[in-house]
Design a protein around this ligand. Sequence first.
Ligand SMILES: CC(C)(COP(=O)(O)OP(=O)(O)OC[C@H]1O[C@@H](n2cnc3c(N)ncnc32)[C@H](O)[C@@H]1OP(=O)(O)O)[C@@H](O)C(=O)NCCC(=O)NCCS
Length: 222
Amino acid sequence: MKKDLIFIIGSSGHAKVIIDIVEKEGKYEIAGLIDSYKNKGEETLGYKIIGTEKDLPQLLASFPGASIIIAIGDNWIRHLVKEKITAIAPELKFASTIHPSAQIAKNVKIGKGVVIMAGAIVNSESTIGDFTIINTKAAIDHDGTMMRFSSLAPGVTAGGNVTIGEFSAISIGASIKHNISIGNHAVIGAGSIVLNNCNNNVIMYGVPAKEIRNREVGERYL
Ligand SMILES: CC(C)(COP(=O)(O)OP(=O)(O)OC[C@H]1O[C@@H](n2cnc3c(N)ncnc32)[C@H](O)[C@@H]1OP(=O)(O)O)[C@@H](O)C(=O)NCCC(=O)NCCS
């Protein structure tokens, strides 16, 4: 069966992981990588950079029906790139990709532009919003919600009924108790144990996690 074509925006380490997922999932054929900061013809894992974001209308004309995955790990930058490329090519379709070793339980809703990596677990009746990332071996338990452009770093464990607000990042190895709500634009630091709700626009970390300081929208955390 002929596979649908896909362009990957970005060619960094995160793109390398996404290339592996797309290949293993076997649903899409990668038509090429799009990167505005590298030269055309440079390669990542055997796939060439075939243009910049500005080339998208022409590339879509050459590869009609192709979809896009944005391979950018930072939640706010991924959003800015999504806005930019949608302005350049409003007809863009965004694909989601799920590693075959991920466990997706019953009645899970998964939006567009989502990346779910190897060994991840999304338990029953969870809702995974558009453009979110669930990294390697991260787990969100039953009735969880990830709002748009949020992310779970590798090894995160979120209990049942946890909500992660939009643009919020849960850093590597953090654990979140059941029934906890994390606000929008928040960052939970690496290795934290979160036992209390987290407000909007704050950095929280530690064991148990405490609110450390406020953060601006878009402040770097990676
Ligand atoms: C939360 C985070 C953004 C804080 O970054 P920051 O504000 O730049 O903090 P700094 O690195 O300047 O550290 C400031 C202090 O806080 C401490 N600190 C930072 N993060 C901490 C954490 N998660 N737990 C405990 N202490 C922490 C530092 O040790 C340092 O202490 P010191 O002043 O006694 O030396 C960062 O620690 C983090 O977790 N980033 C995400 C990493 C990640 O998930 N990577 C994988 C992505 S796939």
